[in-house]
Design a binder for this molecule. Sequence first.
Ligand code: WT7
Length: 576
Amino acid sequence: MSSDLIRAESKGNMQDFEKACKDFTWAQVEKEFDWSNGGVYNVAHEIIDRHAVSWRKNKIALYWIGPANEESKFTFGEMKNLTNRFANALTDVGAKKGDRVFIYMDRLPELYISTVGAMKLGAVSSPLFSALGPEAVKDRVLDAGAKFLITQPYLYKRIEPVADDLGELSHIIMVRNGPDDGVLPEKGTDYHAMMNAASDRFETVNMAPADPYVVHYTSGSTGKPKGVILGHKAMIQEYVTTKWVLDLREEDTYWCTADPGWVTGTSYGIVGPWLLGTSMVTFAGRFDPRTWYSIIERHGVTVWYTAPTALRMLMKAGNEVVKEYDFSKLRHICSVGEPLNAPVIHWGKEVFGKRIHDTWWQTETGAQMICNYPSMDIKPGSMGKPFPGVVAGIVDEDGKELPPMTQGMLAIRPGWPSMMVSIWRNAPKFREYFRVPGWFVSGDNAFMDKDGYYWFIGRADDVIKTSGERIGPFEVESALVEHPAVAEAGVIGKPDEVRGEIIKAFVILRDGFTPSEKLKVEISDFVKAKLSAFANPREIEFVDKLPKTRSGKIMRRVLKARELGLEVGDLNTMEE
Ligand code: WT7
C-alpha cells in the first residue's frame, strides 16, 4: 500500500462524491427511463429504440473497425431497423421469450445486432468469446438448453466435432460474409437471407424487472462454468455508473476494449454507453500497441475502458511508441478485471497526462461497485470507494464487519439493481453467495483503509485471473486429463508481471510417456484446441505425485505455496 495520492483534476458528471452518496436513491435514477413514463420495460428499448425516435436517430451508435482496419458505421435509427429485423427473423424460426440465444462470433456488427435483437423479443442473449473451443461451447449450450446459435462458418467448423452433441440446439444461424464461406450445416440458416426476408417493424416485448436479458458463463474453483443471469433491471445501475464512473457525455466517442463474451463487454460495451445514447467504437482485431493507439487517435476516442494486462502490455511497448500518436482528445480512462498496480497508474499519468480510474466489480454484480471517480483523489493501487447506493463491507464468516486495516471477505449488502437474479438451473450455487447472513460474498479478500478506500488482496478461492480472464482450475484440469499422456493434473495461477497470473499445470504422466519440452507444447495446445485459446497452461511441470486430501482432492493451495516458496500451512488433511 503506497501513501501517494493523485488529486482529482475535474469534477465530472457526478460533481461531488460525498454529496452524491448522501442524496442518492435508486428510485431517483429510475425516473430517467422511458418505462417510468409508461414506456415498454426492456433494455433493448432503452438502448436503441428510444434514441431512434429522438434527434439521435441519425447519430452514430457504432463505429465498427475490422481486423484489417476496414470500417463501417451504424446510426441509432439503423440499429433499430436491424435489431427489429433480427427479432422478427428469430421469431420466425420459433424463438420465444425466455429462450437462450448464443451468439458465438467475432466482434462483427452482427454480434451487436443479434445480441440486442434477441433481447427485443425477451430472449436471454449470451455472447460467447470467439476464442472458445468446442468443449467450452458445448458445455454452455447444454447447460443453458439453448435452441439457437448465431455464428460464423469458420467458428462452426471449429465446433463441428461436437455438433451432434449439442442437446436441444435446433437452429444454427450463419453469418456468411465471404464468397468462400461454404455450405450450410444441416440445421443451418443463412443470416442475411433471414434478415432480408424479415420486416423492420417489431414491437419490443415488455419484461418484468427481474426477467433475464443476458447470461454469462463464468468460472468458480469447482465444476464447470455457471450461467450468471442478469435481469433487465440491471439497466438502472448500468446507466448511472456509465454516467458517473465512465463519465460519458453526449459528445463523447467511447471505446470499451472488452469482448461482449464477458460481462464488461455487455454491461459497458453495449448497454451502458447506449443507454446514454453515446457513440462507441468497437475493434474486431487483435491487440497490438500501434493499432490500439491509432484507433484512439483516428476516431478521437475521449473515454476509454480497458484492462490492467492491456495497459501493462502498452507500458512494455515503451514511451516512444506513445509519442507517435495524438491523445489530445482522450479525456477519461478506466480499468477493470484485475488489480491495477500503482506503477501502471503513474505511467498513464506520465504518457497520457491522465489518471487511470480503477473499478472493481464481477460478473455476478452485473455493474461497477467499487470505483474511482473523477472528483475523488486516487490512491494508486486502491480500487476506490463503493458507488453511491452500494453498501460494501469487509466481513468475517459470521457477517461481522471488521475494522479498517483488517483483511477479510469483501462483501456487499444485497439489493443493488444489477445483482445477478439467479444462476441458471443451479439454485445451490446461487445460495452459496449469500451464505453469510445479510451479505453477498464476492469471493475476494480485501481491506478498507481509514479513509474508506478499498484495497484488493486476492481471491479467497482457487479461481485464476490471467490477462483479466477468469479461469476455473477444474476446467483446465479436466481438459488436461483427457490428453492420452496425462494421468493426473493440478492447476494454479502463478503470479506474472504482465498478465497478473499465468496458468501453471503440474502433471503426472501415464506410464510409457517420457517428459519432454515437445510433450509440454503438445499438451498445452491440446487444452487450447479443446477449451479455449486463453485457458491453456503457459507453464507445465511434470511431477511424480500431487498433494491430495485424504478424500483424494488435489490441494492446489499446497501447489501454490510451494511454487511461491511459502509456508504450506496446515497440512492436517493431506495424504501425500
Ligand atoms: C473478479 C471478477 C466485471 C469485470 C470483469 C471481471 C477480479 C475485477 C478488479 C479490480 C482487482 C479485480 C476479482 C473479481 N477483479 N476487478 N479492479 N481489482 N481485482 O469480472 O470475470 O467476473 O471477475 O475479477 O477477483 O472477483 P469477472
